[in-house]
Design a protein around this ligand. Sequence first.
Ligand code: ATP
Length: 508
Amino acid sequence: MFGTNLLPVAVVARICYLCAVMSIQENRFQAIISHAKEYGFVFASSEIYDGLSAVYDYGPYGSELKKNIRDYWWKSMTQMHDNIVGIDAAIFMHPTTWKASGHVDNFSDPMIDNRDSKKRYRVDHLIEGHAEKLKDEGKNAEADALIETMNKLLAKEDYAGLKTLIGDNKIACSISGTVNWTDIRQFNLMFSTQIGSVTDEADTIYLRPETAQGIFVNFLNVQKTARMKVPFGIAQTGKAFRNEIVARQFIFRMREFEQMEMQFFIRPGTQKEWYGFWKEERLKWHLSLGIPAEKYRYHDHVKLAHYADAALDIEYEFPIGFKEVEGIHSRTDFDLASHQKYSGKKLQYFDNDINEETGKPYGNYVPYVIETSIGLDRMFLLVLSQAYTEETWIKEDGSPDGRTVLRIPAKIAPVKLAILPLTKKDGLPELARTLLDDCRAGFRCFYEEKDTIGKRYRRQDAIGTPFCVTIDGQTKEDNTVTIRYRDTMQQERVNISDIKNIITQAIN
Ligand code: ATP
């Protein structure tokens, strides 16, 4: 009877292959996290006190990269679109804002606790995790059916049904290994705090869970002062706070994070067309960073948020799988209409363009809204994941060599140019510093004289500096320097006076 209980060889081979791929990806993710710390990109918050769960700080190169991504988004949204302007609203807002937006009543995730381990799970994450395991075992159809049932139950908010689904599938806690689950409950994700000195209920305010509401409450202020005509957009970047139940996967899901959001105000009835426009426009923005299209996909939402009539995620293939990096939401007139109701102030727009169907002006209406919302920290993780490369090769003498390089697009790289005098003497540092002074106002430069040139190149590769320039003895004779390109490691001699132009062109 040998082998009757064994899986077919092809299935076993597939499982082994998938396990190997997963562990390579998991290792890659861990390597990226270590690299981010070692080279000053991301540190755990208050690390000397063992950190704070799901809160992170950005170091010298991380803060530069984050700023560059933010600027790139800001510029492409505001500077490159005549009809989009920016604002910078406060984190604290009047508490009624969150009642009107629906966050007090609806901004919650269904969660479940394991009674033995006391570990709390987001129900969709728990079930999705089980579906992933089924897929790894080659049971794709079973996994798909599970997700489909989950989505249907979530859409109906049928928590008893979801608990039965977890029980029927014997989904166990990863820590205790048991299926001893509590009932499913809603958990509000907003952080609250007290404003002023009196601590009665009226003073409770929230840390904003999204930046969007700062835009909605300022709709008329902006429309009037910037004299905007529908369709137009308001962009904003800034911190948002969510008390995530399961905060994990490094900076992918944090409790304090930054969003880059744009609300685009349109005529009611044109939302389908503008939703399609922004869906494509935003993907183009991602691709403009040179990231291959096959690393992205769209994911249409089945369960829509209370404010939306259509929604999708732009997903990127992180080392931990395809995950949301940006959301495009057709928010109808929900937010403006609701703020109008709660505040008692009219939030309408008078459109004096002629409607061809009626021959009369469109008149007064509450605009509809298409939102594009991207997490800055998630975009940062995306850039690191895409850029992180370990390379090995055999040198001419037969010995192995290698490097870790961050292939960050030049326009957002933390440092654009490293200026490296070959030695500390013979007037080379002086020449190098003259070049530094000429370039530093235009873009971020780095100057270093210590260590062998090879070591210095490796350090610049590790932080993603696209160009290194070496000043050597020949520079004094003919004004030429060696420029080294990070990605190809190729070097060429160019005139020192051309350097500023070469870099400026590459980063614009
Ligand atoms: P998720 O499903 O991952 O919880 P979401 O659908 O709740 O995200 P949105 O409310 O649409 O996210 O927020 C817009 C963007 O903000 C997301 O696409 C993501 O990039 C970012 N974001 C949301 N929550 C977090 C978080 N906890 N940490 C980091 N970024 C986040």
